[in-house]
Design a binder for this molecule. Structure first.
Ligand SMILES: [Zn+2]
Ligand SMILES: [Zn+2]
Length: 177
């Protein structure tokens, strides 16, 4: 997710660029690369390049109930300011802002990398327990089959003990009728 801003840096404050992004990126540790699509707007400010991105992706993850792999859709919104490490005209190294890693920087060859902010966004938006489907039936706790695919007989054999009282009451009512 690299964009070359060497030209934009030479332009006056207020200049902008718009990009349509469609590329693969590694957005989550342990997950395969995701296709990221969307629009990126870059604005030249007097000291930096402001990136405003609205992107969509699907990250391959495991369902928290049935353990099947599926694509979790994620919207990525980035509003981030990137500061140059070198003066764009003279090429002289600029003094980095005094910070504790809270600023984003362009690389020395004037590349703006959106993958860091995008990864942060994915981590924030990823559900704690991703579900392949809100109605996912999960795995049977008794025999382990995926109950979205297979109907096992465990449910009819093992009835939740909390139902016992209700069932005996129901049976009792039937007897009386
Ligand atoms: Zn599932
Ligand atoms: Zn079962």
């Amino acid at each position: 997710m690299l964009l070359n801003v060497s030209q934009l840096l030479l332009e006056p404050s207020g200049s902008s660029r718009e990009y349509q992004l469609e590329e693969r990126a590694a957005l989550l540790d342990g997950a395969e690369d995701s296709v990221v699509t969307g629009t990126v707007l870059l604005f030249r400010t007097d000291k930096s390049v402001w990136a405003s991105a609205s992107l969509n992706t699907e990250v391959r993850v495991e369902c928290g109930r049935c353990l099947a792999a599926f694509g979790q859709p994620i919207d990525i919104t980035i509003e981030e300011e990137f500061f140059p490490l070198l003066d764009p005209v003279t090429g002289i190294k600029e003094k980095p802002l005094d910070d504790d890693g809270e600023y984003q920087y362009l690389s020395e060859d004037h590349m703006l990398d959106l993958s860091g902010p995008a990864r942060d966004c994915v981590l924030l938006d990823m559900p704690m327990k991703p579900l392949c489907n809100p109605t996912c039936a999960g795995l049977c706790s008794n025999c382990g089959v995926n109950r979205n695919d297979v109907q096992c007989l465990c449910d009819s054999a093992a009835i939740d003990p909390r139902w016992d009282a209700l069932l005996s009451l129901a049976a009792h009512n039937v007897d009386e009728n």
